[in-house]
Ligand binder design. Structure first.
Ligand code: SF4
Ligand code: SF4
Ligand code: SF4
Length: 205
């Protein structure tokens, strides 16, 4: 190898090594930026959770439809301690459906049949309205569409069902598509902000 070729070879090797090192730093910064922060839903802003908005026509389903995952990282969760265990739960039944011979609505609300109920205590088979139930949401079925959340809150319900971002499922995308599409700016990042683009001395970026 001539002296000129050798110098060119060493220069190029140095550039490749430098680029690899910068790339490595960028990857580390990216990881660090998203490792500790999480996305969360502000209950005071989400239309499905906050008080003052009611009705199926106002439901926002962006949490179900905008997530990059096949089944959204957002799921509905029922806080049993706050649940009224109502016989005619407006989050379980479609209360606008025809009433059956037992006095209960004939259709369920959840489009994915993700909510089940179990009688609590002694079951009164002669008076279906005289029973209380525990309502459980199957997280394998729920896609976070928010309908049950909208119906559970006052005045019809007690607001025990919430929408939550499951941190164990969420990929923590730096640009969450739900946050981008949320009409109420309710989908928010909590934790360290992503690192700003790094500008290195010497003209490299
Ligand atoms: S996109 Fe925003 S307003 Fe819609 S359900 Fe999700 S958090 Fe609520
Ligand atoms: S959020 Fe939607 S899919 Fe999940 S339990 Fe409620 S109604 Fe069913
Ligand atoms: S950060 Fe990504 S995975 Fe998590 S909720 Fe948003 S789009 Fe879904």
């Amino acid at each position: 190898m001539s002296e000129t070729n050798r110098r060119t070879f060493l220069q190029r090797s140095g550039q490749v090594a430098c680029a690899a090192a910068i790339g490595g730093v960028a990857v580390q910064l990216g990881r660090r930026a998203s490792e500790h922060d999480i996305w969360t839903i502000s209950p005071n802003h989400c239309v499905n959770i906050r008080l003052g908005v009611a009705g199926a026509s106002n439901v926002c389903e962006e949490c179900a439809t905008s997530c990059v995952l096949p089944l959204s990282a957002v799921r509905a969760v029922n806080n049993h301690a706050e649940c009224g265990r109502c016989c005619i739960c407006p989050a379980y039944f479609d209360v606008m459906s025809p009433v059956g011979p037992d006095g209960l609505p004939t259709k369920k609300l959840c489009p994915r049949d993700a909510i089940t109920r179990t009688p609590i205590g002694v079951f009164d088979e002669y008076d279906p309205l005289n029973n209380y139930y525990e309502y459980t949401i199957d997280e394998q079925k729920c896609n976070g569409c928010g309908r049950c959340v909208m119906e559970c809150k006052a005045p019809a319900g007690l607001g025990s069902i919430r929408l939550e971002v499951r941190s164990d499922l969420c990929l923590r995308c730096n640009r969450c598509t739900i946050a981008t599409n949320c009409p109420e700016d309710a989908y928010r990042r909590v934790g360290p902000e992503p690192a700003p683009p790094t500008t290195l001395e010497g003209g490299h970026a």
